[in-house]
Design a protein around this ligand. Structure first.
Ligand code: AMP
Length: 126
């Protein structure tokens, strides 16, 4: 099957500057910005600039440099938000919704970093 990247997705438009965003951090290979429908006091999306549909696409196809940059960018966002436990922060949750069962709405890899309140157990039966 492979991956087909739709360059008309909303995050591709953000990366091209066609849609505004509230940037938290930009690196050579990544952009982090506030989620427009925040579900917690802090809700930031971290995306690679490359055309990757989802996490497994990225982890299989991205360069080592991109993968390191993405991983470090997520950590830097936690630092910028002062939620990293290593510096006394109250912690956060990372989520990467993927595909149909993961209920991924935007087909460009993004990690949600949510924080700022107790987030409850991860998955409840529903
Ligand atoms: P997902 O369901 O994991 O694909 O999440 C997509 C996320 O993108 C949702 O949390 C949306 O609120 C968020 N979102 C959609 N459009 C925008 C936008 N223009 N700027 C920032 N976040 C957005």
């Amino acid at each position: 099957m492979g991956y087909v990247y739709d360059d008309q997705n909303i995050f591709a438009k953000i990366l091209r500057g066609e849609i505004p965003n509230t940037t938290v951090l930009e690196t050579e290979h990544c952009l982090a910005f506030h989620d427009i429908y925040a579900q917690a006091p802090e809700h930031v999306l971290v995306i690679p600039k490359g055309p990757y549909v989802c996490f497994d696409h990225f982890s299989n196809m991205a360069s080592a440099e991109e993968i390191v940059d993405f991983t470090r960018a997520i950590g830097q966002v936690a630092l910028a938000l002062k939620v990293d436990p290593g510096n006394g922060g109250d912690g956060y949750r990372l989520l990467a919704n993927t595909g149909k069962n993961g209920v991924q709405d935007v087909p460009h890899l993004h990690v949600h970093l949510v924080a700022g309140r107790p987030l409850g157990r991860m998955l409840r039966n529903n």
